[in-house]
Design a protein around this ligand. Sequence first.
Ligand SMILES: Nc1ncnc2c1ncn2[C@@H]1O[C@@H]2COP(=O)(O)O[C@H]2[C@H]1O
Length: 522
Amino acid sequence: WREWTIDPAEHFYYIWLQVMIVPIVYNWVIIILTCFTTIGLNYLPVWLTLDYVSDLMYAADMTVTLHTGFLDQGILITNLTRLRKRYLHSKQFLWDFVSLLPTDFLYFAFGIETPLVRINRLLRIPRLSEALDRMETRTSYPNTFRITKLMIYIFVLIHWNACLYFALSNYIGFGSDRWVYPNITDPTFASMRRQYFYCFWFSAQIFTTVGDTPLPNREEEYLFMIADLLIAVLVFASIVGNVGNVITSLRDRDNVFFPNHIMRENEILQQLPLHMRTEIAVSVHLPTLTKVTIFQNCETSLLEELVLKLTPQVFSPGEYVCRKGDVGHEMYIIKEGKLAVVADDGVTEFAVLGAGNFFGEISILNIKNKLGNRRTANIKSIGHSDLFSLSKEDLTDVLSEFPAAKRHLEEKGRQILVKMGMLEERTDVVEPEAEKVETKIKRLESILEELQTKLARLMVELESSNRKMRARVEQLELRVAMLDTQLPHDGQGGEGSLGREEGVGGEVDWVREEAEGEEEKD
Ligand SMILES: Nc1ncnc2c1ncn2[C@@H]1O[C@@H]2COP(=O)(O)O[C@H]2[C@H]1O
C-alpha cells in the first residue's frame, strides 16, 4: 500500500473528504462546549474517546493527502517521491502537522477540565472548506447547500459566543448581576440543558441584533457586548450578501452549473456586438496565440480576426484528438496541456507537443503526401488539455492574408512528412504543374494569333463591302438622274421599260459585283 496513490477526481477521495467533515466539525463544536464544566466533566469518557478517534482520523487524513496525486500541466502526477516532496514543502502540511501536535500532554499541567489545550485541532479548517467546496460543485441543489452552509457557520458562531458568555459569567460570578448567567445553584438554572439553551438564546439575541439582552454593568461585560455587536454587524452583512447572491444565481439558474460551459461561452459571445466580442476574445485568447510561432510576427489586427475563428476544445487524459487516416477538417493550437504523437499501438510516442505548439495542418493544407487529405498521425492527449481548433475554411481565409504563416506551416508540414518518408517528391509535384501552365499559355497564344488573323480578314472584308456599297449607291443615283432626264411623257410604257431595264441592269450589276467580291476574297 506504500505505492498506493489516489486520483483527486475519483469518488474515494470525495467520500474521504466528506468523512473528514465529522472530526473537524466535532472539534470546532466540542472543544469550546467544555466551557460548560458540568457538560465537560459529566461526559468526560465520551469526549476523551471521541477526541482520540478524531486524532486518528486526522493522522489518516495526512496519509491520504500524502498519497493524493496532483495535476501538473494537465497531467496527473502519481510519483510518490514527488507527491511526498510537494506535501512536505506545502503550507498545508504545516497546518496539518500543528493541528496534530499532542498538546493533550498539557492536561498534566492544567488539569483534565481544560480541553482548550486541544485548540490547535481547529487548524484543520482548510480541509473542511475543501470538502464543502467539493460538495457544492457536486450537489444538485447548490443554492440550498449555500444557505445551509451559512446557517451552520452562524450556528457555530452563536455556539462559541454562548460558551464564552457562560465562561465569562463563571469568571464574574453566576447571578452577580442581571447580565451574567443566573445563579446555577438555583434549581431553575442548574440543569445542563438549561445552562446551554439560556446561553445560546442570549448569544443569538446579540447576533441577530434583536438587542433585547440585559444591559451590561461591568467593564468586562461592556467589552464582551461591544465585540459581539461588531461581529453581529459582520454576520448581518454576510447574511444579506450571501442570500443576495443566492437569489441572483437562482435568477440565472441556467448559468450556475452549465455542464458544457465552452459551448455556452460561445453562445454568449455570439450575442455581443462584434467589437465587444473581439475585445473579449482578444483578451482571453491572445496570450495563447502570441505563443504560437507562426503567428508571432503577425499584425494585431489580423490576430484579432483570427481569435474570433478559434473554437476552444477540452480533451481528457488518454483521449485521441485525431487518428491516422481520418479526413482532416481542422487544425489545432495547444493552449495548455501536453499531447503525444503516437504510433498505432497508442503507446510509442514519436513526439510530445506542448503549449504554443500546433498540429493537424498537413491534412488540410494540401501538402502532397501519400495519404492525401487524411491525418498522417495519431494525436493523444496525455493529461487534460485545452486546445483551440481552426476549421479548414477559416484557416484558408486567414492564410490568404498571412502568406508568411502559410509558408511556415507548409514548411513545418513538409519537414514532418520528410521525417516520416511520406512526402511525395517535390519535383514530381511541381514540374508537371509548371509544364501544364506552360502548354496552356502556348495554346492560348496560338488561339489568340488565330483570332487576330480572323479579325484582320473581317476588317478587310468589311471595308471592301463598304466601298462596293458606296459605289453601287453612286451608280444607282447616276442612273436615276439619267432616267429622270429621259422620262417619256406617257407614263405607262416608260414605267414598264424602266422596270425591266432596271431589273435586268440591276441583276447584271449585282452578279458582277458578287463576282468581284469573290475575286477579292480569293
Ligand atoms: N513526428 C511528428 N512530430 C510533430 N507533429 C507531428 C508528427 N507527425 C504528425 N504530426 C502532426 O500530427 C498531425 C496529424 O494530422 P495532420 O496529418 O493533419 O497533421 C499532423 C502534424 O501536424
